[in-house]
Design a protein around this ligand. Structure first.
Ligand code: ADP
Ligand code: ZN
Ligand code: MG
Length: 644
């Protein structure tokens, strides 16, 4: 199996959202009203109940009592009549609502003299309280319903509100006062050149006047370029932190979300908000999501993307250099960016962030070890040595996985062994001990890996084997880990050729030992074919075709993805390329076959040991080599950590 290390997912840095609008006021008011109505109607009912405590008499009886002078006073509330008698007893009665009380009494033939003998007070209840009482049974359910709907709508706000908030910028803001979220240059290890270039920007944001007075034109846009996980986002935040200015950030992919036109209005919003709090930084992460070359027709001409990109350009042209607003953008695909973005006056500064070298890696590990208790045996420089090709994010991940391993085994400190295991986990995915190979599969895998390891050890330009294992990891049944001692930025033709031969080691061993081939070699074949093709078409490493880059047009217009017919190769050239690729692979195949034939005894020895112990570390592997007359390499080169 061959697997290339894949960069771990970059951790998103948490940042606070620009505060959304609070729950609407009238809703809160409606809830309060509903509660009030419920209470008041309850009160009314209780009131009614108290009334009915008194003896109820028909109106005719009351009228005759008034006529006989037994009643002292009367109070009328709505349809309820409350009469106080001379003997201090209280009796109630009902009258029709529409007619007034005196009118009613007249109907019972009472004379005005008789009526004037009693004191009549008309209560307020016919007014407000009456109407509450009448309307409450109707209003309360309605208000309850509205309340429930409001409550439910709050639950789905996270998803639902997006549809309502389009146009608002959705940018995250880290304010300079936010001590927890603030990142400084000291939190970013390595990247010295990048930091020193960005220092100028920091200077300007801190003291824009100084620059403007002397007539200096300050860059509007700075493009951070580098592989994913190299700390572009982190560095952008550090610039804001150092300068002590607000940091507005939005990701290119967020623009391309919903409706056409949203991206453009969001961009406008974002810049408007940022301008208000200038000096400030606007950070557009993953700008390649919106900033790809326009009008290639590939990808269906996304209108939304183009409009957003245009709006970004308009905004950047629109603000004056003295506005002290600087746009930082990050991308790991600078090759696909629209040329309009990198014109002077836009993102005319470019800062490249490389993968960390050995010293940087140690620094990054040290930064991420800050809050973790390390055991006495931990040596971060050894870890840095064993992790060429890993990005800052991967290294942060290694430290984290180490801590998880220690915690899972209930230890209080992280040991070196935890970290060593984490490296493999980050590079290859977790071990799958549960994925048990049957006896035959185990044998085949052992011979396959032994084949890789043997070829790697015999060929002079392949890098040394660090570990062989037939414990499955990720998708691989087994793996051979080979690591260089130092990072290198260049690889030579000889190294590539040995690489291809080594990748074929597994395939050749299987065929020779078992007379058959399994699917286990498919990934090896894919990788080595791609490498051979690159040698011919990109690196000018084919003797027949010579120094020519045949995919030069690809990266620019076709997003780096080869699309058939999308380039200007002739059929004849295509045929020649295929021939050359075949030739390279054929030669490598012969080399691998010769080596395995010649050292069949060693192959058997390695495979036997593998079946027995499943994992062989470097020391033990070299003992087997020496016992069979092969001198282990002490070569210190080759760029990437790769697995075969
Ligand atoms: P990018 O934006 O380039 O993909 P990030 O800035 O998101 O990478 O980095 C992801 C994480 O990796 C950071 O939050 C940080 O924890 C870690 N990291 C990356 N580079 C460095 C570095 N140079 N120093 C310290 N930590 C780093
Ligand atoms: Zn393999
Ligand atoms: Mg990022």
């Amino acid at each position: 199996m061959t697997a290339k290390k894949n960069a771990g997912g970059a951790k998103k840095t948490p940042a606070q959202k620009v505060p959304p609008q609070g729950p609407s006021m009238w809703m809160q008011f409606a809830i309060a009203l509903a509660i009030f109505l419920v209470l008041s109607s309850a009160y009314s009912l209780a009131h009614e109940y108290v009334f009915s405590e008194n003896e109820e008499v028909p109106l005719s009886k009351l009228a005759s009592d008034i006529a006989s002078g037994l009643v002292v006073s009367i109070s009328v509330e709505g349809s309820t009549v409350k009469a106080t008698y001379a003997d201090e007893s209280v009796k109630t009665s009902k009258k029709e609502l529409e007619t007034s009380f005196t009118e009613t009494l007249k109907n019972y033939d009472l004379t005005p003299e008789q009526m004037s003998a009693v004191e009549v007070t008309i209560g307020e209840e016919g007014g407000v309280r009456f109407w509450f009482f009448q309307l409450a049974p109707l209003l309360v359910p309605i208000l309850l319903l509205v309340g429930i709907i409001w409550y439910l709508s709050r639950q789905v706000r996270g998803a639902g509100m997006q549809a309502f908030s389009f146009g608002r910028s959705m940018a995250r803001l880290v304010s300079p006062e936010d001590e927890v979220q603030r990142v400084m240059f000291r939190d970013v290890a390595g990247a010295k050149e990048a930091k020193s270039e960005l220092l100028e920007i920091v200077d300007f944001l801190k003291n824009p006047k100084k620059f403007i007075q002397i007539g200096a034109r300050i860059p509007k846009g700075v493009l951070l370029m580098g592989a994913s996980g190299t700390g572009k986002t982190l560095l952008a935040r550090a610039v804001a932190g150092e300068a002590g200015v607000p940091f507005f950030s939005i990701s290119g992919s967020e623009f391309v979300e919903m409706f056409v036109g949203v991206g453009a209005s969001r961009t406008r919003d974002l810049f408007q908000t940022a301008k208000k709090s200038s000096p400030a930084i606007v950070f557009i992460d993953e700008i390649d999501a919106v900033g790809r070359v326009r009008g290639t027709g590939v990808g269906g001409g996304n209108d939304e993307r183009e409009q957003t990109l245009n709006q970004i350009l308009v905004e950047m042209d629109g603000f004056e250099p003295n506005e002290a607003l600087i746009v930082l953008a990050a991308t790991n695909r600078p090759d696909v960016l629209d040329p309009a973005l990198v014109r002077p006056g836009r993102f005319d500064r470019r800062v490249v962030i490389d993968l960390p070298d050995r010293k940087d890696r140690e620094e990054i590990l040290t930064i991420h070890a800050r809050k973790k208790p390390l055991g006495a045996d931990v040596n971060l420089s050894v870890i840095a040595e064993r992790t060429p090709g890993l990005s800052g994010a991967d290294l942060a991940n290694v430290m984290n996985e180490g801590a998880i391993l220690a915690a899972r085994e209930n230890r209080k400190e992280i040991t070196q062994y935890d970290l060593v295991r984490s490296i493999e986990k980050v590079m290859l995915g977790p071990e799958r001990r549960s994925h048990v190979l049957n006896k035959k599969e185990k044998e085949i895998t052992a011979y396959h890996e032994a084949g890789h390891a043997l070829v790697a050890s015999v060929l002079p330009y392949a890098d040394p084997v660090h570990k062989i294992s037939i414990i499955s990891r990720g998708r691989a049944a087994g793996y051979t880990l080979k690591l260089p001692f130092e990072d290198r930025r260049m690889q030579s033709r000889r190294e590539f050729l040995d690489d291809i031969a080594m990748s074929l080691g597994g395939y050749v061993a299987e065929k020779m030992v078992f007379g058959d081939i399994t699917t286990g070699a498919s990934n090896d074949l894919q990788v080595l074919s791609a490498l051979a093709r690159d040698m011919v078409t990109r690196y000018g490493m084919s003797e027949k075709l010579g120094p020519i880059a045949l995919d030069a047009a690809l990266g620019k217009t076709l997003f780096g993805q080869g699309i058939e017919g999308g380039n200007d190769r002739s059929d004849e050239t295509a045929e020649q390329i295929d021939m050359e690729v075949k030739l390279l692979i054929g030669n490598a195949h012969k080399k691998a076959t010769d080596i395995i034939k010649k050292h069949r005894k060693v192959l058997d020895a390695i495979a036997k040991k593998l079946i027995e112990v499943e994992t062989i570390e470097r020391d033990e592997f070299e003992k087997i080599l020496i016992a069979n007359g092969i001198t282990p390499k002490r070569k210190e080169d080759i760029e990437h950590a790769s697995l075969v």
